[in-house]
Design a protein around this ligand. Sequence first.
Ligand code: NI
Length: 245
Amino acid sequence: MSRLRIMLRAGTLAALAGALVWLWLPGRHGREQAALSEFPLPAGPFVALTFDDGPRAGTTPVLLDGLNQRGVHATFFVVGENVEGNEELLVRMEREGHQIGLHTFHHRSLAEVNAADFYREVDTLRDALRGLLDQQDFMLRPPYGMITPSNRARAGAPIILWSVDPEDWSDQDTARQLSVILDTTEDGAIILLHDIYPSSVETALQAVDALMAQGYKFVTVEELFALRGQQPECGQEYRKLPPPE
Ligand code: NI
């Protein structure tokens, strides 16, 4: 194994990304941010696997087992209604190195809710997760990828969309979903799947195996920002994080 490969083994990569995330936390002093520019950023290709609408007791543990076996960290945008009864699953996600994000309390479109409903949908979920997890900052994925400018301004979080969408909710066809993923994934892609369908769990694990064989390294969304030397900004929409020109 080459020195570069050893350096980029999952554990080392996660530790490096963790250090970069720490350096880029909002409000850190300029001196520490300046120190970051002295790091050469590691080469990709990187990809972030993201799962919406869970957790679900019948499917999410199978996915977590498969990701754990492969040393892969993903990002889960969870729905508040699914938190109760699945607390241990969320704690397990965090313990196993996954990132957790917000997908509203009742899966409501943030293109349609007013300010009061926005806070009910987003802040109540954030508060519930803060009480449960060590992680205290949560990125937001609006259901259906839709959000009004005024709700963007209320988000208090970066808004994470996606660049690869196999529409896994529309059928149970793992072969079709896998081919969409393999045809459209590029360095810095954010892949959208749903951990509430057994077929999607199968698609995800097959995609991990196929993309790893092509040299892709799987990171959380937060790690992807850090590996690009980019600071996520509240209220800003992100679909992918390609390598710098
Ligand atoms: Ni959703």
